[in-house]
Design a protein around this ligand. Structure first.
Ligand SMILES: Cc1cc2nc3c(=O)[nH]c(=O)nc-3n(C[C@H](O)[C@H](O)[C@H](O)COP(=O)(O)OP(=O)(O)OC[C@H]3O[C@@H](n4cnc5c(N)ncnc54)[C@H](O)[C@@H]3O)c2cc1C
Ligand SMILES: NC(=O)c1ccc[n+]([C@@H]2O[C@H](COP(=O)([O-])OP(=O)(O)OC[C@H]3O[C@@H](n4cnc5c(N)ncnc54)[C@H](O)[C@@H]3O)[C@@H](O)[C@H]2O)c1
Length: 497
């Protein structure tokens, strides 16, 4: 196997403290999977990690956010039971809510810790890695020469320039918000992407006075205008949102006897100057891959203007024909947990000597879920992508969940699903949805696209009555009607509630 191209100038090699077959930088989900795979073949594998060894997902990502949402949903249900004739008085113990988030997080972290603890100490290095001009890895007082390098350094919250200083202790990010001892009284959330939406709604449901800002009139980056408008409609009944607003200034003031207050000066979507004041500002303006400062260019890797590696194999994370792999959030391709997991596994398999036999999972189709209520899901191709392809003749099958039987029974009847069907192939090209049970509907559509099932196949599958998933069937039938395909399915249950 050829070495990373720039490795091993003779004078540098003389100071090398270790020579290894594989070095993995970053021990999050991607890095840990890569380590497990590579260790099946090589004895001389090292994994280098800075900070916690429990993964972003467990420490500050997927899990604590979903734990907070779980508490928020309980509070919401309790506060909205009157329409069912159930009258309750809710008391939210903020300290207990935040403590449960951390306790459960520790529970998940303990599994990872057990695994990591079982790895030999000499294969784990705690420290910040940097790749020097010779392509050698500097970490603590070690200089490591690796035949193959897997970079799995993840991503970090992006904070617009100057905001950290201006907001001081009133600044929160997803890295710090779960450490709050108690629920704040008021909170501004900047950014209506997945992080901003999920956390803004959760804190609001837990009784915090929340205001959400986003520069576009869009939530969760939705690309289908009808779905975006519906999402705004469903969410705005529960959340104060300033979409299309421009933030001019952020800062904090110390008020005598009252402590510190944050402020945001902004121009609302009508161009009026406004000010928000409150306790904390949660900045959720995106994440950036941890790659720029790594010295990755010394391995012959080129980055584009968005710090994405050029020549990235989306299947294995390999960069061109270099012995360098960049996986998970670090490659800024699809910064989601299941993708980090698969990419780490694939790269770890590829570096093994028998990589011809390694099972490399095909890249997953695009699929994302935002766990706000109602949930937002995108699967497969987006509407603009389909519209830009002149060869694709498509129809949009639609169903509203505003009056859908089971959704109404459950009191969760706000939503819209669009399915983009291909006229030529009778296949689902993609879908976008806001609505109840979207996570399950999304999985069915992802299964259909991945396994090349036709709309007809899907409609030949039983849909139990009464379920929210019957809404999916209505949208599929709409696709079929619009395709004007001769086998048209006449459904006797069509108008059942
Ligand atoms: C609030 C939040 C909620 C999320 N919710 C979801 C969700 O519901 N579903 C979903 O699919 N995804 C979600 N994500 C995204 C998901 O968490 C990430 O895609 C995933 O954790 C990335 O894994 P990774 O292995 O690439 O990186 P990480 O797990 O971040 O691992 C990278 C590791 O590399 C280390 N490192 C970085 N630089 C160096 C260096 N120079 N030297 C040594 N070590 C270094 C880091 O300290 C870290 O330990 C969420 C993210 C956040 C922040
Ligand atoms: N459920 C999930 O799967 C889940 C949940 C959380 C995070 N994640 C992952 O984390 C990634 C990062 O999430 P995110 O929400 O931080 O980023 P994002 O890029 O999805 O959203 C950032 C939002 O902030 C807005 N914004 C940026 N700068 C702004 C400014 N100056 N003023 C006002 N608005 C501004 C953008 O317009 C955008 O809407 C996601 O892409 C996703 O991959 C996934």
């Amino acid at each position: 196997m050829n070495k990373p191209s720039s490795v091993s100038a003779d004078n540098a090699s003389s100071k090398v403290t270790r020579k290894v077959s594989v070095a993995i930088i970053g021990a999050g989900t991607a890095g840990q999977n890569a380590f497990r795979q590579a260790s099946k073949m090589f004895d001389d594998v090292v994994i280098i990690n800075e900070g916690f060894w429990t993964t972003t997902c467990i420490a500050v990502g997927c899990m604590p956010s979903k734990l907070l949402i779980a508490a928020a949903d309980r509070a919401h249900d309790a506060n909205h039971s009157t329409e069912f004739g159930i009258h309750t008085t809710t008391q939210i113990d903020g300290k207990q809510v935040m403590q449960r988030v951390r306790d459960e997080r520790s529970h998940f972290a303990s599994y990872i810790k057990k695994q990591v603890d079982s790895w030999p100490d000499d294969k784990k290095i705690a420290g910040h890695a940097h790749i020097n001009e010779q392509g050698l890895i500097e970490v603590n007082d070690e200089l490591i020469e690796a035949s193959q390098i897997i970079v799995a350094t993840g991503s970090s919250p992006f904070i617009p320039e100057g905001w950290a200083d201006k907001l001081g202790d009133t600044l929160l990010t997803s890295n710090t918000v779960f450490e709050l001892a108690d629920l704040p009284k008021s909170l501004a959330v900047i950014g209506a992407g997945s992080i901003g939406l999920e956390l803004a709604q959760a804190f609001k449901r837990l009784g915090v006075d929340v205001t959400l800002f986003n520069r576009e009139k869009r939530v969760a980056g939705l690309k289908d205008d009808d779905i975006n408008n519906k999402a705004i409609d469903c969410l705005s009944s529960q959340l104060t949102m300033h979409l299309g607003s421009k933030i001019n200034e952020v800062g904090h003031n110390t008020i005598e006897n009252e402590g510190t207050a944050a402020f945001i000066d902004y121009e609302d979507s009508a161009g009026e100057l406004q000010q928000w004041q409150g306790e904390y500002v949660l900045v959720a303006t995106g994440r950036r891959n941890n790659i720029k400062q790594l010295g990755i260019e010394h391995l012959g890797v080129e980055l584009d203007d968005k710090n994405r590696p050029k020549d990235l194999s989306k299947k294995t994370g390999q960069i061109g024909d270099l012995n360098v792999y960049i996986v998970g959030d670090a490659n800024a391709h699809i910064p989601l947990l299941h993708v980090a997991s698969d990419e780490g596994y694939s790269a770890g398999s590829m570096v093994c000597k028998n990589n011809e036999d390694a099972y490399i999972r095909p890249p997953a189709i695009p699929f994302s879920i935002v766990f706000c209520s109602p949930q937002i899901v995108n699967v497969g191709k987006s509407l603009p992508e389909i519209q830009q392809d002149p060869d694709l003749k498509y129809v949009v099958g639609s169903v509203s969940f505003d009056n859908q039987g089971r959704s109404r029974v459950m009191g969760v009847n706000c939503g819209l699903l669009h399915i983009y069907g291909c006229k030529k192939t009778d296949r689902v090209l993609g879908a976008s949805m806001v609505g109840p049970d979207a996570e399950y509907i999304g999985h069915i559509l992802a299964t259909a696209i991945t396994n090349d099932l036709s709309v007809k196949d899907l409609l030949n599958t039983p849909f139990y009555h009464p379920t929210i998933l019957e809404g999916l069937r209505t949208a599929l039938q709409d696709v079929q009607h619009k395709m004007e395909i001769p086998y048209q399915f006449h459904d006797t249950q069509e108008n059942n509630f």
